[in-house]
Design a protein around this ligand. Structure first.
Ligand SMILES: Cc1cc2nc3c(=O)[nH]c(=O)nc-3n(C[C@H](O)[C@H](O)[C@H](O)COP(=O)(O)OP(=O)(O)OC[C@H]3O[C@@H](n4cnc5c(N)ncnc54)[C@H](O)[C@@H]3O)c2cc1C
Length: 433
């Protein structure tokens, strides 16, 4: 039987920040018991459903997180949504501390006239479909011949890479072939990437731009971009200078011509209006007094993420971002994107997880977070929650199944139907044909 003085900690969300937090807690409070809940049958959040399907080297971080669940003090509780299957209050009644690590996944709207026209899509929605997220339609919407991508951060560059790639460029990935084929049946002829920031100050990782340059696809040019004045380059910080160099390589006259769309890069331009009656027809851009109109059949906005509409997300939205502390009130904390907002790559979540782990350890040490004897942790959850929960061994059954049914060119084939995922995880894989 569990020692009644063992701190019981629930982490809501098994994305990178939840996993880093569990790692940190095991170091700072080795005697604690951790239940990591996730609304999905599968763990790892955006590692599985956000990172681009053709970036398997980045998704490989999941192997490091797998090791967590071999620890006897850590339990995966998949298929349980806090706020739907169990309330936050019920959870708090069973655990000494609850940490929200629920991320932020709703695409931020453009907030300009025309944003609600047919043909305006969020980058997150496109990338989730390519990753076979069970909440996404299996096919992508028709994007048409002229796609405008708004934003130039890493997610925008993921979208751009997807728009220029051909059918043979996904070997070894776990892309959803249904989503991919629906795009490749009528790929874009022209793509325009629009960034408010000038190129040096834009957000994209130079490595992501270099990857585009090395891909033998698409033809790139910079259009009327706000370039740094001659001689300013030497003042740029290293990342900004690397960005400028990468775009120079991408648009170099001697870059071999390649199949795929014509891509126009417009740095320093602000989209002010999406034009069209009913559906997108173009995007009006402004830079100072200059105005330009880019014809468009679809607009993909990649300008960040917001809290969703559920109760937990509303709580997080009301608190606003806080990089200094994850403490919300006695026994309730948050970490990752739910704490500091939708910024930063996976490794950045580790430092914040350590911060919150230290806060919990210090609250336990000074008695401000009491360990209450009758809190029984996971086993105290309502019976219907225990019945629907998927444990880590069951997830491994689903994971093995996905790898088994993949074609040779794919690392895995994800099932897009969440209830089927649960059935397969419970050991009924033979029914999934
Ligand atoms: C499209 C995209 C691509 C990215 N690509 C990269 C990349 O290539 N490299 C990189 O380093 N970083 C990348 N990032 C950033 C990286 O994904 C984030 O830094 C990281 O995932 C944030 O971790 P998190 O745990 O806070 O959130 P998430 O990864 O979103 O995890 C949140 C988890 O909480 C669960 N959850 C939510 N609500 C509930 C609830 N009510 N009950 C139970 N569970 C719940 C979710 O199912 C999810 O598993 C990308 C981000 C996006 C959006």
């Amino acid at each position: 039987m569990t020692d009644t003085r063992t701190p019981k900690i629930a982490i809501v969300g098994s994305g990178p920040s939840g996993c880093y937090l569990a790692q940190a807690l095991l170091r700072s409070i080795p005697e604690c018991e951790i239940a990591m809940l996730d609304r999905l049958v599968s763990p790892y959040g955006l590692v599985r459903y956000g990172i681009a399907a053709d970036h398997q080297h980045t998704k490989a971080i999941s192997r490091q997180f797998d090791r967590l669940f071999a620890h006897p003090g850590v339990r995966f509780v998949g298929n349980v949504e806090v706020g739907r299957d169990v309330s936050l209050d019920e959870l708090r009644a069973c655990f000494d501390a609850v940490v929200l690590a629920t991320g932020l996944t709703r695409d931020r709207g453009l907030g300009i006239p025309g944003s609600d026209l047919d043909g305006v899509h969020g980058a997150g929605a496109i990338i989730r479909a390519l990753n076979a997220h069970p909440d996404s339609p299996e096919r992508l919407p028709e994007l048409g011949s002229d796609v405008v991508v708004v934003g130039a951060g890493n997610v925008a560059l993921d979208v751009l890479r997807f728009l220029v790639k051909g059918p043979d460029d996904y070997d070894g990935s776990d892309v959803s072939d249904t989503a991919l084929d629906s795009y490749l049946a009528a790929p874009a002829h022209r793509v325009t990437l629009v960034s408010r920031s000038a190129l040096p100050a834009s957000k994209g990782d130079p490595q992501m731009l270099r990857e585009l340059a090395q891909l033998p696809r698409a033809t790139y040019r910079c259009v009327d971009s706000a370039e740094p004045e001659p001689g300013v380059d030497c003042e740029l910080d290293r990342t900004a200078a690397a960005r400028v160099d990468a775009v120079a390589a991408l648009t170099a006259a001697d870059r071999p011509s390649a199949p795929g769309p014509d891509v126009s890069l417009r740095f320093g331009w602000t989209p002010v209006r999406i034009l069209g009656s009913g559906a997108v027809e173009g995007v009006e851009l402004a830079r100072g007094d200059a105005v330009a109109v880019v014809p468009a059949t679809a607009v993909v906005s990649a300008i960040g993420f917001d809290p969703a509409a559920d109760a937990l997300s509303s709580l997080i939205a009301a608190l606003g971002p806080d990089s200094a502390s994850g403490r919300i009130e006695t026994g309730l904390y948050r970490t990752g994107w739910a704490q500091r907002g939708p910024r930063g790559a996976i490794p950045e979540n580790r430092g914040y997880a350590r911060l919150v782990s230290d806060e919990i350890a210090s609250d336990l040490a000074d008695g401000s977070l009491p360990v209450v004897a009758d809190r029984s942790g996971f086993t105290g959850l309502p019976p219907e929650v225990l019945a629907r929960a998927i444990d880590f061994e069951q997830w491994l059954v689903l994971e093995a199944h996905e790898r088994k049914i993949a074609t040779p060119a794919r690392a895995r084939r994800k099932h897009p139907d969440h209830s089927r995922m649960a059935i397969i995880a419970r050991g009924a894989a033979h029914t999934d044909r």
